[in-house]
Design a protein around this ligand. Structure first.
Ligand code: ADP
Length: 737
């Protein structure tokens, strides 16, 4: 068909009957034919390359986030480009003449796809998608014509059919140009902002890609298309438009990498077919070797290339890197958060790369971030409440650093709910005066096996450079991230250090107090003894003297009780663990009470309770403490109150293990206001003669039994304490040897 058409045109040309229109048409057709004839192997191969690159880029963007409409549209555009180039590649093979028809038909889809993608890419500028009124009808007509060409190939051989060819070309190029013009409109709309010039670069690059992508330009065209797609993908996935130096650096880095990789393959593979033509395995082997070499080389090479390009193109960044590296190294040696804040602020102040910075750290209560240092005006708020700033802080806790401009762009395409949340985030940015927020995150608790690390917020570093609208590139953000990561390690170390210091201090204090208690107890015995010696001789003394002697004995006894209890509390637990039947503990403890008290205790017990693991003597002491407290609470009540002791079984009461519960409940007046929060705090008492050590001692004993004490105020009044103790587990029998 094509050859026939070419012959017809040539014939007409020879006959010299062509009008200027015919000459133009025939030139277009000849050029069209040249494409199809398969004479240009490189053109065809580069189409294959462009198809592969378009597919790879499209798929990589799509897989990144399938839910994003913009990513899907980009994917659709890449896919149509891929199919179009694939068809062009096949059209280059002489055996597949229909492929050119397929390529032409697919090319009709390109403007539509490009327009859909770009109209969503700049929602603020340009008409809404599908607003180009000519596009739909034109596409319909051209598609019908294509179908006619398929059904009646002889028609397509007619010389006037070239009009259709030209229309298709005009439609495709014009449509693509229309789509690209959206970028120009967006750039005009963004005039005066950081995005303006960057959009213009994208527009120029699109124009160049469009110009070079024309069918007449082999090799370079598909490469230009591939490079352009790569940049659009970068822009999409990074949520930021690239600056010109960044684009240049990326082009340079990619070109150098491609050249190096090609050189490796060329050196190892190309010479094989010439030198060892009959050894196909050698070719495979060398390709394998080359792939291996490339894989080993690629990472260090890229790092080195990026480093060098950075020092040539981004002098500022090199300085910032050196500065922040130094700062990170300094933080390693610090242990005091205040010193850390001072060092960070001084470094940023002197960096000339930051005009405003503020550092917030979590307060002791863990409810707010307090301002610990700042530089630049105006002064940021003195604290950021965790609850009210939740949208921003939670976002940071989960996903790391946030850039103001990225949030602004996300806001443009967000739904109402998300928009409100992003507005709150942006308000905080405005209040603090920042364009970049870097969370200082520490590990929260144990990491679940295989799961992601659980992070919690220790603080936030906000930075800004008011001179620029989008001051920090992704690479610079990464540099700052290194600093905040080190700050997090430092803060966590300092917390551990503080805790250890506090623990050591308390241990020393405890030892001193126990020594002091001993020193007090010894003379107490002597004082009481002395009083008892002189007391009989003072039988006839006046009543006041006798009363004072009574006070001395009473107070000595009280002091002795406090000191003895204190010593019990401060001594390490030395109970002997074994199987204990709690029912027996209850019976033996009740025996220690006087008759009247015993009569006011009701004991209930579930059947077949297993023994618990514990020390009977220590558990008796706990129960006695609880009973004493209950009777203290009931004192003076009329009619006299009662105490209920009950024993029960709780399945999975302590983690996965079963537990026996011992509950002591009284129907007294209940806890004094505010007492509940301090029940287990040593020396907290609401009684005139209390020591405030009964419950702390009980708690320590129960904890040493790996159990727990639960406290509640029952509905009908009174107080209830439940001791939960692990069921005794038979030690596993020794395996016979
Ligand atoms: P103490 O009995 O010497 O005061 P405890 O540590 O045993 O020390 O008790 C601390 C405080 O807990 C008591 O002063 C009392 O206020 C409160 N408390 C304990 N048991 C009861 C109870 N059954 N009813 C009301 N308050 C109680």
């Amino acid at each position: 068909m094509i050859r026939a058409a070419s012959a017809a045109i040539r014939r007409r040309l020879r006959q010299g009957r062509e009008s200027p229109f015919h000459r133009l048409a025939s030139r277009a057709r000849c050029y069209h034919l040249r494409r199809v004839s398969g004479s240009n192997l490189y053109a065809s191969l580069s189409s294959l390359l462009a198809a592969a690159v378009a597919a790879a880029i499209g798929i990589s963007v799509y897989l990144r986030d399938r839910s994003r409409l913009q990513f899907s549209r980009f994917f659709a555009f890449c896919l149509s480009l891929c199919l179009f180039h694939l068809a062009r590649f096949f059209a280059g093979l002489p055996s597949l003449p229909r492929s050119q028809w397929v390529a032409d038909t697919l090319s009709l889809l390109l403007p539509l796809m490009a327009d859909r993608f770009l109209s969503g890419f700049f929602p603020a500028a340009g008409p809404a998608p599908g607003r180009n009124p000519l596009q739909g009808p034109l596409l319909g007509v051209l598609l019908v014509l294509q179908v006619i060409a398929l059904v009646f190939p002889q028609l397509a051989d007619e010389p006037w059919w070239v009009v259709v060819d030209i229309s298709i070309m005009t439609y495709v190029v014009g449509g693509l140009f229309f789509a690209v013009m959206r970028m120009w409109r967006a750039a005009r709309a963004a005039e005066g902002t950081a995005a303006g010039p960057r959009l213009r670069y994208l527009f120029y690059a699109a124009l160049i890609a469009l110009a070079l992508g024309q069918p007449g330009i082999p090799v370079i065209g598909p490469i230009a298309t591939a490079v352009y797609l790569y940049f659009m993908a970068q822009t999409l996935t990074r949520e930021r438009l690239l600056d010109l130096p960044e684009i240049l650096a990326r082009i340079a880095s990619m070109t150098l990498l491609v050249i190096t990789v090609t050189a490796v393959y060329a050196a190892l593979v190309l010479w094989v077919p010439w030198t060892f033509a009959g050894e196909p395995m050698l070719l495979v082997f060398n390709t394998l070797l080359a792939s291996f070499a490339v894989l080993v080389l690629i990472d260090p090479l890229r790092t080195e290339l990026d480093r060098r390009l950075e020092s040539w193109l981004f002098h500022d960044r090199t300085i910032l890197r050196a500065l922040l590296d130094r700062l990170r190294r300094r933080l390693v040696n610090l242990i005091d958060p205040d010193e850390m804040v001072r060092v960070v602020m001084n470094t940023l102040r002197g960096s000339e790369r930051v005009t405003r910075a503020s550092l917030f750290l979590l307060d002791r209560q863990g409810s707010a971030l307090r301002l610990r240092g700042h530089t630049g005006a105006p002064t940021p708020p003195s604290s950021l409440d965790l609850a009210t700033r939740r949208p921003l802080l939670e976002r940071m806790r989960q996903s790391g650093p946030l850039l103001r401009d990225v949030l602004e762009r996300q806001r443009e395409r967000a739904n109402n709910e998300l928009k409100a949340e992003l507005d709150e985030c942006l308000d905080t940015f405005a209040e603090v005066g920042a364009s970049l927020a870097l969370p200082i995150r520490g590990l929260a608790g144990e990491q679940l096996e295989g799961g992601p690390p659980r992070l919690h917020l220790l603080g936030v570093l906000f930075v800004d450079d008011e001179r620029l609208l989008e001051p920090f590139s992704r690479e610079e953000v990464e540099l700052f991230e290194g600093v905040v990561a080190q700050a997090a390690v430092m803060i966590e170390n300092s917390t551990v250090y503080e805790q250890r210091k506090e623990r050591d201090r308390l241990a020393a204090l405890g030892e001193m107090a126990a020594g002091l208690a001993h020193e007090i107890r010894n003379p107490l015995g002597a004082i009481k003894g002395a009083v008892q010696v002189v007391e009989p001789g003072l039988q006839n003394a006046d009543p006041t003297t006798r009363e004072f002697l009574g006070v001395i004995v009473e107070e000595v006894e009280r002091l002795n009780r406090v000191v003895t209890q204190f010593l019990t509390y401060s001594r390490p637990f030395t109970g002997q663990m074994g199987p204990v039947v709690l029912g027996e503990v209850v019976v033996t403890t009740l025996r220690l009470l006087d008759e009247d008290a015993r009569g006011r205790v009701t004991v209930t017990q579930a059947a077949n309770l297993p023994p618990v693991r514990g020390d009977a003597e220590a558990l008796r002491q706990v129960l006695l403490n609880l009973l004493r407290n209950a009777f203290d609470a009931l004192a003076g009540q009329s009619p006299p109150g009662r105490v209920f002791v009950s024993l029960g079984l709780r399945r999975h009461g302590l983690g996965s293990g079963d537990a026996v519960t011992l509950t002591v409940r009284d129907n007294g007046p209940g806890f004094a206001p505010g007492a509940l929060a301090n029940l287990f705090v040593p020396f907290h008492t609401t009684k005139a003669a209390g020591t405030g050590l009964g419950l702390p001692i009980s708690q320590r004993i129960v904890e040493n039994h790996r159990g727990l004490i639960e406290v509640s105020a029952p509905e009908g009044g009174g107080a209830q304490f439940t001791i939960v103790l692990p069921v005794y587990a038979q030690p596993r029998a020794e395996a016979p040897t």
